[in-house]
Design a protein around this ligand. Structure first.
Ligand SMILES: Cc1cc2nc3c(=O)[nH]c(=O)nc-3n(C[C@H](O)[C@H](O)[C@H](O)COP(=O)(O)OP(=O)(O)OC[C@H]3O[C@@H](n4cnc5c(N)ncnc54)[C@H](O)[C@@H]3O)c2cc1C
Length: 434
């Protein structure tokens, strides 16, 4: 009921609607909102249409010169848009917030293209972390990839501690792509998995692989030695397989790389010997933490489409949005998007400011966000009814993109197990006992 206070003033006695940002129930600073708006414009006008167009192409067509993929990469480069945010002297806490805000918009635009941009920037980000000027120059302006998994070494490559190995396994798994270090050189042989993001298109890669430093591949505990190396992919001995056809994130080119006696100088290593596993952990944590905000963007995109649809579609004599069952389902979805954003921001902040970050924690945030993104995309598709399955609507693509993320950057069951293992290690170390 409205109260008439003066003839021309109407004051509602109902609670006013809450303040929301474009991204929901949070308060952004003016600067953050300006960046979010700019990134959203790019995501809406450039990224999303490109992602939908590329999704329809075969994997071979995606990587052909002049394709919509290359047009998108050129547009992003000329707009100066990417994962390497120029932070100036911004305090780490503010930078972490901004990173999560920007990456959420990328995910809203297209998850596959987001991963392509992230992988593309990755060798350069790691080179900068190492402070090695030669490697920074070698990777600047080059499209990158991160080569960690191999045909016979998927989840095993994420096994940071010997104690995670099955009790019957005497040794870890060195996989099918290995290095030998001798004198001042590293010689690389074998092949990557077909899942390497940007595999068919990258110009430079960071490899994280088992290594023989002269006394075999394994240490006294049967754990593989390793090395992280930056490798230009135009070196003699590097070749590529066919780009991979797959279910989701089809805008992301993926494929195998083969290395036949590829020689690089030892100074291209960014972590080696005893520092390898720590380096690998830091690299993986850097990659994994981006998955949270990215998949928050995917889920938000799916939720928004469903919200729009239920305000158009009528069944049971009313708009879907007017049915209480639908309101309940919308509430559950919106709650999950809020939860994802909170977890994604917390993990981004923790990993940028903690004195020692850890990939099993960022992986846990990744599991939360990717599982929830899948639930939201699944329910959004369900709200579209049969139209949700149709290629006429964008829902089925978001569903496929969300599905892929539960395997990408570590399979979720395995990552869950690792977070449990990490908590157990902390407990045995006298921590987590309040
Ligand atoms: C979209 C996408 C992008 C990717 N990008 C990259 C990339 O840029 N670079 C790269 O190197 N790789 C990349 N990958 C590969 C990805 O990291 C692997 O697919 C993932 O780590 C799982 O490895 P796998 O596929 O070999 O599965 P497997 O490790 O073979 O797992 C198969 C099943 O076995 C279970 N399992 C595995 N180990 C255990 C265990 N110890 N105990 C119990 N169960 C177990 C798992 O839960 C899973 O269900 C990408 C993958 C996807 C989907």
């Amino acid at each position: 009921m409205n109260q008439q206070i003066a003839s021309d003033t109407v004051v509602s006695v109902r609670p006013e609607l809450p303040y929301v940002e474009m991204s929901g129930f949070e308060n952004l600073s003016d600067d953050e909102r300006a960046v979010q708006d700019a990134m959203h414009k790019f995501a809406r006008d450039v990224m999303r249409p490109a992602g939908i167009a590329i999704d329809r192409l075969s994997a071979e067509q995606v990587i052909k010169p002049g394709s919509a993929y290359w047009e998108f990469m050129a547009a992003a480069a000329s707009a100066g848009i990417g994962f390497d945010i120029d932070s100036g002297d911004m305090p780490p806490q503010e930078l972490a917030r901004l990173q999560a805000i920007v990456i959420e918009e990328f995910g809203w635009g297209d998850a596959g293209l987001s991963v392509s941009m992230l992988a593309g920037a990755f060798p350069n980000l790691v080179a900068k972390r190492s402070g090695n000027q030669e490697l920074i120059e070698l990777t600047t302006g080059k499209l990158g990839a991160w080569i960690a998994t191999q045909p016979d070494r998927g989840s095993d490559g994420t096994m940071l501690y010997p104690g995670e190995r099955h009790s019957l396994a005497p040794k870890g798994n060195k996989g099918n792509l290995v290095a030998k270090v001798s004198g001042g050189d590293i010689v690389i042989n074998g092949q990557s998995s077909a899942w390497v993001s940007n595999g068919p298109v990258a110009q430079v890669a960071i490899l994280s692989i088992a290594t023989d430093y002269g006394e075999g591949f394994f240490d006294d505990e049967g754990h593989p030695h390793g090395i992280e190396i930056i490798v230009p992919l135009d070196l003699p001995g590097v070749s590529r397989g066919k780009p991979l056809e797959k279910l989701g994130k089809r805008a992301l080119p993926q494929g195998e790389l083969f290395f036949d006696n590829v020689k690089v100088p030892l100074r291209y290593a960014v972590s080696q010997g005893d520092s390898y596993w720590r380096g690998h952990a830091a690299t993986w944590s850097t990659a994994g933490v981006a998955m949270g905000p990215m998949m928050t963007g995917v889920a938000r995109g799916a939720f928004e489409l469903a919200l729009e649809y239920v305000h158009e579609r009528r069944q049971g004599g009313a708009l879907l949005a007017d049915h209480q069952m639908v309101q309940s389902r919308l509430g559950a979805m919106a709650r999950k998007v809020e939860m994802m954003r909170a977890v994604a921001h917390r993990a981004t902040d923790y990993s940028s400011r903690s004195p020692a970050k850890h990939p099993y924690y960022t992986a846990a945030a990744k599991v939360t966000c990717t599982d929830l993104a899948f639930e939201v995309a699944d329910e959004a598709l369900q709200l579209f009814g049969g139209y949700g399955l149709s290629r006429e609507y964008p829902m089925e693509k978001l569903f496929r993109d969300a599905r892929a993320a539960r395997i990408e950057d570590g399979e979720n069951h395995v990552l869950n197990m690792k977070f449990g293992y990490l908590n157990s290690m902390l407990y045995r170390n006298g921590q987590l006992r309040s």
